[in-house]
Ligand binder design. Structure first.
Ligand code: ATP
Ligand code: MG
Length: 642
């Protein structure tokens, strides 16, 4: 590509970026605020507004999840999260409720938000996404202030009341020592000419978004949070001169926006005290000999349950606990949503292989069931289905078990079990083992079994997981497969089903009326074909003396329909339909068995077999290899001795 194409792109972007930004002095800013007080809002409200600006909907009445999963609650769905996070609606609405009340300057605005949940439940991903919502949003701040402070803090205390009335907003907080020095030293105290700039939030540029990784006790130093004194400048300036301050700690950087504390309880308690002061007093200590510095930001921390329990059990931590709003981030317990997580992860990776139907479903069954507690009311598969919003049919009836009752039985569900990462690893290793560049339910089950054997140390867990994989999920998968194959071939063979039906009806009619059948092809009269009729009837267990009754019932039923002018086809009479479908499936089984097992197969069988493969490919999302695998698997496991 020629160079000038790149240059054009670069310059074009620079132009649009540079042009719109505001730069002026405080007086100009005041005018802006009086026109639009919203630009001076505090961090919680800014974050809340930006997320809401992407759109919010209440979960629709027509969405089956509303009643089956959320028990009819009017759950809100925030568009900003809905493409990335699945099955986390409750977590997200708790989070948004927190931000909303914090944005009204309630007590929540002085609390740390803590996301607590098991490994791989999405705490980090959620926090990243929240931080990203601010990225590129613009805000106004004092020029040259390392804390990018709110310009309104320039207004002296004595005038605050008047300004607040004129602008219609409340002003809390003071400028940083660095800004104060600039005001006094360079501008002679004339705050109306203090330069104000417009910037955008950027984590990489350390503007308004900061992240603090956990630190070990030795290297732990609050300067990570509040900045430090630049010792090299100490011989140039006096000790209390703000020019020696490097306000580059997380709370300086994250002022106006977000400070994230990763695995927060791994830090020393002193460290946490600084955090608490920042949130409770909205002030942070300054390095060296300066007054506390104002801070306004959303503090989001995360940790896992073990860390939380350890921390909570310490009596001395009570004061800190009181300043934390904890939101649980459990694992997803809905298979359909869990599948979406893996689909998303795979889409983001360079995984470009074929994923056979039901592969992610089977993996998700495993992770979900590993997370479920035993119920007194039903078995684990039933529970999994109810949690997924599926109807569980037993003996022709929908089983009546209330999701609410199941949930009440075990309140802490979702805080343990197999993590999303464990599954992703198994998917990856199934792929790298595959010679055909694909993953299938079988290869993933195998890879999960291997991984459980290698990595799950707790014996009880290991046994439970192996039972899930080797027995329970395997059986579920076989059922799914059996249904799918039946559906696929009955649809594909509709024509055949219809001609079987016509033929059966001709024969049954003549048999019942004791006449002969006119052959549709040769036009010759012949006796009713008993063998043929029997082969159909056997499929639904009609044998011996009951065949006569069945044949006359079918004939009477069909002719009554025809007399009424109704159209008839192979689905018209339930029992016959079932018989024909079963007959077709049996021939599918036979062909699959013959072709996948024995070396001797005639060309007709081969042709039929490749038609089956084609049907699975065209309508069900298999490729040739996975369709072959699945038919072989079915032939070996489903149709063994039938
Ligand atoms: N409900 C979900 N929706 C979408 N993605 C999810 C969900 N749960 C987990 N994930 C994905 O799983 C991966 C692991 O999650 P993440 O790293 O955020 O977990 P974590 O809770 O921070 O775990 P840890 O305690 O180990 O740090 C991420 O890529 C995340 O996007
Ligand atoms: Mg994490």
């Amino acid at each position: 590509m020629p160079k000038d194409k790149f240059l054009k792109l670069i310059e074009g972007q620079r132009k649009t970026r540079g042009s719109k930004k505001f730069a002026g002095v405080f007086l100009d800013y005041l005018e802006l605020v009086s026109q639009n007080p919203d630009i001076a809002k505090l961090s919680h409200k800014r974050l809340y507004d930006v997320i809401v600006s992407h759109g919010v909907d209440e979960i629709d009445d027509s969405d089956p999840r509303k009643y089956k999963i959320f028990e009819g609650d009017p759950v809100k769905v925030y568009d900003y999260f809905s493409d990335e996070f699945f099955g986390m609606e409750r977590v997200i609405s708790n989070l948004m409720r927190f931000l909303r009340s914090a944005s009204l300057r309630g007590e929540e605005s002085r609390q740390v938000l803590l996301l607590m949940g098991p490994v791989g439940a999405g705490k980090s991903a959620l926090t990243e996404h929240i931080k990203a919502s601010l990225e590129g949003e613009s805000f106004f701040h004092l020029a040259g202030d390392p804390q990018q402070g709110e310009p309104l803090h320039l207004i002296p205390r004595s005038l605050r009341n008047k300004f607040e009335k004129m602008l219609g907003i409340k002003v809390d907080g003071d400028i940083s020592p660095v800004a104060r020095f600039k005001l006094l030293d360079e501008l002679g105290g004339k705050y109306e000419i203090f330069p104000v700039v417009e910037s955008t939030f950027s984590q990489r540029a350390r503007r308004g978004i900061a992240s603090v990784p956990p630190m070990d006790a030795n290297s732990q130093d609050v300067s990570v949070l509040i900045g430090s004194e630049d010792i090299s400048k100490l011989d140039k300036y006096p000790e209390d001169d703000p020019r020696i301050l490097s306000l580059n700690g997380a709370f300086n950087v994250g002022n106006r926006g977000i400070v994230e504390l990763i695995e927060v309880f791994k830090n020393e308690i002193e460290f946490l005290h600084t955090v608490i002061t920042a949130t409770q007093e909205k002030r942070i200590p300054s390095p060296g000999k300066h007054d506390m510095i104002f801070f306004d930001g959303v503090i989001i921390a995360h940790c896992n349950e073990a860390e939380w329990n350890r921390f909570r059990s310490e009596h001395t931590n009570e004061a800190i606990l009181d300043r934390i709003v904890k939101i649980n981030v459990p694992y997803v317990l809905e298979i359909n949503q869990e599948v979406k997580i893996y689909r998303k992860q795979i889409k983001k990776s360079d995984f470009q292989s074929h994923i056979a139907p039901h592969t992610l479903e089977v993996a998700s069954m495993f992770s979900v069931m590993s997370r479920l507690a035993k119920s007194q009311k039903c078995d684990i598969v039933t529970k999994m289905k109810i949690y997924n919003g599926d109807d569980v049919i037993e003996k022709g009836r929908v089983k009546k078990i209330d999701i609410k009752d199941l949930r009440e039985e075990s309140r802490d569900e979702g805080m343990s079990g197999i993590s999303t990462r464990f599954i992703m690893k198994a998917l990856d290793s199934a792929l790298s083992d595959s010679e055909k560049n694909m993953i299938t339910p079988n290869s993933v089950l195998e890879s999960l079994i291997r991984q459980v054997k290698d990595h799950v140390i707790d014996e009880e867990d290991r046994d439970r997981y192996l039972e899930l994989l080797q027995k329970i999920i395997r059986e579920e998968y076989l059922k799914i497969l059996e249904n799918e194959i039946a559906k696929a071939f009955i649809a594909a063979y509709e024509e055949q089903a219809q001609s079987l039906f016509d033929s059966y009806l001709d024969n049954a009619e003549c048999y019942t009326n004791r006449t002969t059948v006119k052959d549709r092809v040769t036009k010759e009269d012949r006796e009713p074909d008993e063998l043929f009729m029997k082969s159909i009837e056997e499929c639904i267990g009609i044998v011996g003396s009951s065949t006569d009754g069945f044949r006359s019932d079918v004939t009477a039923y069909m002719f009554a329909k025809m007399r009424r002018g109704e159209k008839i086809n192979f689905t018209s009479y339930g029992p016959l339909r079932e018989a024909i479908e079963t007959y077709l499936i049996t021939s599918v089984k036979d062909i699959a068995r013959i072709v996948t097992r024995s070396k001797s197969r005639d060309s007709d069988q081969k042709k039929k077999y490749s038609e089956m493969i084609q049907t699975l490919m065209d309508d069900y999302g298999y490729n040739e290899d996975s369709a072959e695998e699945v038919l072989t698997f079915a032939a070996n496991n489903l149709w063994r001795d039938s």
